[in-house]
Design a protein around this ligand. Structure first.
Ligand code: UTP
Length: 499
């Protein structure tokens, strides 16, 4: 063992193979190249402990460095780390008028056609499901991928299972399995795959699930030096959900879609079990309107709610973050008191594959980077770990909604929060497992009530735990005409409506 390890210590052999799953470059740089290139971009210090590392430490560091785009890093240090880029708001910011949830008389036919078209593109195999699950989930604080988190009110099904069952139900309807692209990151990839295997993909066809990893970005000291978290490791974090649009290309997922004939992606995030992973009407509207990227919106809970705002900025549809929308605009109201800027983003989109390809043309994803100052534990010059008590580093991320202004015919469709949005972000309080379970129960109670089941209420809240399996119903209408195990839910009881 000792000998083998010893023999390996030294310059690493150049790996000739491109591993699409780890995003390692086609022609990886060996240590000699890294020693030359890193100082050229002002990052030579990351190799300062290299000589004293064992072989696995060296391999780890080299693997991390190989996955970085050096020129991009050099550019970003100048434009986003050493200085804070000015946030350029459009000169004219106006509210957006989304497609309404319920069509008016003029649009009734359009919605009917769209629903039908949505069904057709699903049956033709033109739609893929796209789950982004590469985030760190720091606010929730769960050890492990967030998708493992048990979230349903009765059966405690994990988030991943909720999506798998929905997609299974839609696949049955479409008469073919919907390809499912799942983005992970270096921090949770192995665990995510193992979880799916352990649970036999929750009944989903394994061959139709495509896991791939997003890119990682290093944190930088305020003066632009990459932060080391260990002697053999950079302080890396996922490059934001916008990075998904690059990772789709780099991983070969886009090529896979081309092979399968997938033309549209239904995009959703791992933290919202109320999401309709597939929505026939929304997908149909997206297709019929020729939109390259479509989005769902809900009315904001209040003027300053911490969600992105859909606006027309200089005539172009875009999302302005809650922190960037001037308060004077955010609080503007109509004469009836309702908010003028009321279109909150809930991170549900439909994207054309051809659009994602275009965004990647020229080898660099055409999305801006966002800068955030964070507390990042880092090594000092002697190799000792320092835990800062105030922000000491810059992290950079890309956001998926920044693609919207680049899309042709981008459209927004309005929906109801109680139907489709209750994310698990925090351990407690707002957007927590508790509020999410409550919202699942509220929705389940409403669906059952609509088909004549008696629901007990305590005040305004249903007084029972209620869960409906997606295999029984993915939307309220699915319960119509189906046999249900009960006509009356008992106060304080627990009801599971399974397949
Ligand atoms: P959030 O913005 O809530 O970030 O992600 P997060 O990392 O999961 O959680 P916090 O902020 O550390 O608490 C919204 C969605 O985008 C995905 C997440 O997995 C989640 O589905 N995401 C986020 C990625 O896939 N990659 C990223 O780099 C960031």
């Amino acid at each position: 063992m000792g000998l083998a390890v010893k023999r390996f210590v030294g310059e690493l052999p150049v790996q000739a193979v491109y591993d699409i799953r780890t995003n390692i470059l086609k022609k990886p740089m060996d240590i000699a190249v890294l020693r030359r290139k890193l100082p050229e971009i002002g990052q030579g210090h990351v190799l300062r402990f290299y000589e004293s590392m064992d072989s696995s430490g060296r391999q780890n560091l080299i693997r991390q460095l190989q996955s970085l785009d050096f020129q991009n890093i050099a550019d970003l240090v100048q434009t986003h780390v050493r200085i804070k880029p000015a946030i350029a708001l459009p000169a004219g910011i106006e509210p957006v008028i989304p497609f309404p949830h319920t069509p008016d008389a003029d649009r009734r036919q359009l919605y009917e056609d769209a629903r039908k078209r949505g069904g057709e593109i699903l049956a033709e195999g033109k739609v893929g499901a796209f789950l982004v699950a590469g985030g760190q989930g720091t606010r929730l604080g769960y050890e492990g991928p967030k998708g493992e988190y048990p979230i349903t009110p009765v059966k405690n099904k994990p988030l991943f299972q909720v999506f798998a069952e929905q997609l299974l139900a839609h696949s049955r309807r479409a008469g073919r399995t919907i390809p499912w692209y799942i983005m992970t990151s270096d921090i949770n990839d192995m665990q995510t795959r193992a979880f799916f295997h352990k649970h036999h993909f929750f009944g989903y066809e394994e061959e139709s699930v495509f896991f791939f990893q997003q890119g990682m970005m290093p944190a930088f000291s305020m003066d632009g030096r990459i932060v080391l978290s260990e002697q053999d490791s950079l302080a890396l974090s996922p490059d934001g959900h916008g990075g998904s649009l690059r990772a789709l290309e780099k991983s070969g997922a886009l090529a896979d879609m081309r092979r399968r004939g997938v033309e549209h992606l239904s995009y959703f995030q791992v933290d919202n079990p109320l999401v309709y992973c597939i929505d026939q009407l929304f997908l149909g509207l997206h297709e019929i309107t020729g939109s390259e990227m479509s989005s769902k919106t809900v009315p904001k809970a209040n003027a300053m709610e911490r969600v992105g705002n859909f606006v027309m900025g200089d005539g172009v549809l875009q999302v302005i973050e809650y922190s960037d929308l001037p308060e004077s605009l955010a609080t503007q109201t109509h004469p009836d008191g309702s908010l003028r800027f009321n279109a909150g983003s809930i991170a549900i989109h439909a994207l054309r594959v051809s659009f994602i390809e275009r965004l990647n043309e020229g080898g660099r994803l055409a999305l801006p980077w966002h800068r955030a100052e964070k507390k990042v534990p880092c090594l000092d010059d002697r190799g000792q770990l320092v835990k800062p008590d105030k922000p000491n580093a810059v992290k950079l991320e890309q956001f998926v909604f920044d693609a919207i202004p680049l899309a042709k015919n981008a459209m927004v469709y309005s929906t109801e929060r109680r139907d489709e949005f209750s994310p698990v972000k925090n351990a407690e309080g707002v957007d927590s497992p508790e509020t999410c379970r409550r919202d699942q129960i509220r929705r389940g109670a409403k669906w059952l009530k609509d088909v004549g089941v008696e629901i007990p209420y305590r005040g305004k809240e249903p007084d029972a735990k209620i869960e409906i399996s997606p295999l029984k119903a993915v939307v309220a209408e699915d319960l119509r005409g189906k046999t249900l195990p009960t006509k009356q839910v008992k106060a304080g009881g627990s009801v599971y409506i399974g397949e």
